[in-house]
Design a protein around this ligand. Sequence first.
Ligand code: HAM
Length: 418
Amino acid sequence: MHDVLPSQSPAWQRLEAIIRDVFAGSAYSEIRMPLVEPTELFQRSIGEVTDIVEKEMYTFTDRSGVSLSLRPEGTASCMRALVEHGLLDGRQLRLWYMGPMFRHERPQKGRYRQFHQAGCETYGMPGPDIEAELIAMTARLWRRLGLDGLRLEINSLGDAASRATYRAELVSYFERHADQLDEDSRRRLTTNPLRILDTKNPAMKELVAGAPRLLDNLGDEARAHFEGLQQRLGWLGITATVNPRLVRGLDYYCHSVFEWVSDDLGAQGTVCAGGRYDGLSEHLGAKPMPAVGFAMGIERLLALLESRQGVLAENPPHAYVVMAGDAAEEAGLRLVERLRDAEPDLRLMANCGGGGFKAQMKRADRSGAPLALILGEDEVAAGTVILKPLRGGEGQQAISRDTLQPQQILQASGDRHG
Ligand code: HAM
């Protein structure tokens, strides 16, 4: 679990702002869910026999004896919230959320125990059109961020009927090769055979490669659905590779699933993943409801951005306000408040902690500001303030305090928008 330090937060803020902007551009609304939910919610929705539920949740018993877990993802919480508030009534919903998730995984580059996701969940739309909308939205986000080289992989897990037929076929295949199964897979053979396809064990690679493919077992309707998605991606010029081995690590999926993968992040290359989960609402005791969504890992996107663009600079103040003496402090504070009111985008750091002129100029320098606003006894008496460039530039100038405008500070500080 990591701290986001002041030197890192500008990159986070910029990324988060662009993500919000892109979601808003497709008219998605924000939902905020609690960080903690009843453990049972995740067991029932993500699935008992998944890595997340079997070994990765932060679970504890609260003072009332209820088992709670820190949320490992947002999809289950989002649906719980909608059911609880009676919002899952058949109307179409397009929602987004952003925030921390928790999984007790073995930490490595790109895999953390507290990580952050930005996700979208949509409800009430059964066709491939909404799947294409979601994928197009993520593709637009990559363009806005200047990220190229992300690969889109898609697959269909079919409908319940296709999956049942396939499951039987898969079990019989693995049973024929039971001697090659590792312990985990042997257990999954009875509980969740599809997950064997997701094995990380290199010794089973060949066995898995030879397994029957769900994609070859799709019924007509499921096939048409998946072709509908591919057709729409084609209309939009979005290249997708069909990966028949893409099964996803959570149990609630059906029909289309997808992942955006980068080759520049090592083993943890999936930056965004999602799919359809029509069965989840019924599973949680609500009415059937078509649903599809995705979530992206903020840390992984930041790592990619950093590798492409270098670390983003901190946002230093436009100006540091030096106020030497009581009278200067009074005049300075009045001035600073007036300027901040007048221009919300202006960043002024006002001296605190006293100190003489020299000490304050030192702080001004350390703040990274390109400009100092200086008030001493002479300026107070003359009704002026001095604008002094700190990093080269033209010489200092005295300006009337009452008429000083934020634009003059922005310009003198070299802010492009000034
Ligand atoms: P997920 O594949 O478990 O799906 O996670 C989505 C993304 O979150 C991953 O592709 C990755 O970028 C990021 N992520 C996951 N675990 C970690 C970790 N330990 N450290 C850093 N980043 C991580 C879900 O969570 C589904 N709820 C997605 C979804 C939404 N499906 C439908 N709606």
